[in-house]
Design a protein around this ligand. Structure first.
Ligand SMILES: [Zn+2]
Length: 96
């Protein structure tokens, strides 16, 4: 595909929107619902245990952190994934 400049350019312009298009298509195809959360939701800054927002970890090089409120030790990506799941569930529950 990279040899065809027109296709390669189209896919590289906004890869996230291309992924979302495919996910929407797959969700419809499989009779599922795709929930999108706000792109600015601070999923990696919020403690998934106590909901404290730690604004001191905006630096992406910080991969693990301890919540100053409940002292839970977080892996940045795993914590973010838990928060994204719960945010998606909240949006879904409001929609039904
Ligand atoms: Zn906490």
């Amino acid at each position: 595909m990279q040899k065809n400049h027109f296709i390669a350019k189209g896919l590289n312009e906004n890869p996230i929107s291309e992924i979302i298009k495919v996910l929407k298509y797959k969700a419809i195809w499989n009779n599922k619902k795709l929930i999108q959360i706000n792109r600015y939701y601070p999923s990696s800054q919020i403690c998934s245990v106590c909901n404290y927002q730690n604004r001191n970890i905006k630096d992406l090089t910080i991969r693990k952190w301890e919540c100053p409120k409940c002292h839970t030790y977080h892996d940045r990506d795993f914590n973010a994934s838990v928060n994204i799941m719960f945010e998606g569930l909240k949006i879904y529950m409001r929609s039904i």
